[in-house]
Design a protein around this ligand. Structure first.
Ligand SMILES: *Cc1c(COP(=O)(O)O)cnc(C)c1O
Length: 295
């Protein structure tokens, strides 16, 4: 049974519990990260820590560990479990408080670090066949509401989006923003290849994905400029290729959206190329932080 880091201690999974008065549970008041370790190295750990602390600042949440301590606790969680390859989920909640929504009663934020041996988000056959997406009627939050650029615990928008997609037989949701611009997948960023150019929506109506940045770099290395521009749904539906990026999903080609075949309805060549290049840079010293203590 895996051990979970919970407020300073490592506890077995079935004993890792927090109060029913935690505002993370009551109000989705908190932030989180999704990180992966490959082959003994935590991929882009600095970038994930950076985003975690920015997310916390955005909601005025003071993380009780400093950055170095958080980094150490993440690595320690993996060591305690003997994981070289894992999905890691740090969560910081507002902590236990009154039933009121104000943050004043919550003086003790909780820090949780879950790690699990977990394969890619979608089944292996979906990476070979390409995903089937449904454009959901659930719009991503507008930037003047719940900020879509902050990785917070208020995830019901995404839950409802995926639920609707799954209800209608699709593997993943495609979300628009409240202006009708394409925003992102249920929990991944979206890339569109059409007429020899690659596009991805600018990070104002979607989450600034670490994988998104990595994919942009890989595309640049392959000789493609990536245009960060707003896209309408028609531009996506008539694209030559569409693919998703995310820590959990990695790089996932899309074969169909709303009953339309994307390109020839098979994973695109560029998507597969990016996926392959992505596989080459994980689990290395250049992109990762070593789990085992250096001697
Ligand atoms: C975490 C997340 C992503 C992907 O970000 P990565 O850093 O690449 O994992 C995209 N969209 C949403 C809504 C997310 O929560």
């Amino acid at each position: 049974m895996a051990k979970i880091y919970l407020d300073g201690e490592f506890v077995p999974e079935d004993e890792a519990k927090i109060s029913v008065f935690d505002h993370g549970l009551l109000y989705g008041d908190g932030v989180f990260e999704g990180i992966r370790a490959y082959d003994g190295y935590v991929f882009k750990l600095d970038e994930h820590l950076d985003r975690l602390y920015r997310s916390a600042r955005a909601i005025k949440l003071e993380i009780p560990l400093d950055r170095d301590e958080m980094e150490e606790k993440i690595l320690e969680t993996l060591r305690v479990n003997g994981f070289e390859e894992a999905y890691i989920r740090p969560v910081v909640t507002r902590g236990t408080g009154s039933l009121g929504i104000d943050i004043e009663s919550c003086t003790d934020p909780s820090v949780i670090i879950i790690s699990k041996e977990w394969e890619a988000l979608y089944g292996p056959e979906l990476y070979e066949e390409g995903l089937n997406l449904l454009t959901t009627t659930i719009r991503n939050q507008p930037k003047d509401g719940l900020p879509p650029t902050v990785k917070h615990l208020n995830y019901l928008t995404n839950v409802l989006a995926l639920m609707q997609a799954n209800t209608w037989g699709a593997d993943e949701a495609l979300m628009l923003d409240t202006n009708g611009n394409v925003s992102e997948g249920g929990a991944d960023n979206v890339f569109v290849y059409r007429k020899n150019a690659v596009y991805t929506p600018p990070v104002i109506n979607n989450l600034p994905g670490i994988t998104r940045d990595v994919v942009i770099d890989l595309l640049n290395d392959l000789g493609y400029q990536v245009k960060e521009e707003n896209l309408g749904l028609a531009e996506v539906l008539t694209a030559d290729e569409v693919f998703l990026s995310g820590t959990a999903a990695e790089v996932a080609p899309v074969a169909e959206i709303d009953g339309r075949k994307i390109g020839d309805g098979e994973p695109g060549e560029l998507a597969l190329q990016v996926k392959e290049e992505f596989g080459k840079i994980t689990g290395t010293e250049e992109t990762g932080t070593r789990i085992s203590q250096s001697t």
